[in-house]
Design a binder for this molecule. Structure first.
Ligand code: INI
Length: 153
């Protein structure tokens, strides 16, 4: 049986991050986590770019444009959608989730989902570098693995 897996190494690879400015207290920590992960796995700082958008709703459009570029190997989407007391949450969370999935499938490029969808700001903080780890770091690790796996197919 042939088992094919991606390596967790990013030497010579290029990554673009797309991050929402909405809930910047959280998303800035997700960005820090993603960059830390990429650098610690051999990606050069010059090969990492960051595109900021107003909120999570805008992430798929920019992620799609970036995924179409030949000089970008993987895209990491970072955002924080927090329920609070508005029904806006459900629309934004649903659109960003569907949008990122379709961008990845339509472009054939890994577009990793590092968008938190939480009920409270406390839950989001827990996932942005405190007791539940850093989901930006996790998304970057997934991007490294997927870029490597795509190379092997
Ligand atoms: N954008 C977020 O990234 N997180 C949220 O929690 C959020 N909420 O709850 O409203 C949010 N809204 C803004 C949205 O992403 C768009 O930027 C805005 O609607 C303009 O299109």
């Amino acid at each position: 049986m042939e088992i094919v897996e991606g390596e967790l190494t990013g030497e010579g690879k290029t990554f673009a991050m797309v991050a929402g400015r909405f809930n910047d207290l959280i998303t800035s920590k997700l960005i820090d986590g993603a960059v830390d992960c990429l650098i610690r796995h051999g990606v050069l700082s010059k090969d990492i770019s960051l595109y900021k958008v107003p909120g999570a709703f805008e992430i798929p459009l920019v992620a799609g444009k970036l995924a179409e570029k030949d000089d970008i190997d993987g895209v990491i989407a970072l955002g924080a959608v927090i329920r609070g007391s508005t029904p806006h949450f459900d629309y934004v969370a649903s659109e960003v989730t569907k949008g990122i999935a379709s961008v990845s499938l339509n472009t054939g490029k890994p577009v990793l989902f590092g968008v938190l969808t939480c009920d409270t700001i406390e839950q989001a903080l827990e996932r942005a570098g405190t007791k539940a780890g850093n989901k930006g770091w996790d998304a970057a690790l997934g991007a490294l693995e997927m870029v490597s796996l795509m190379d092997k197919i």
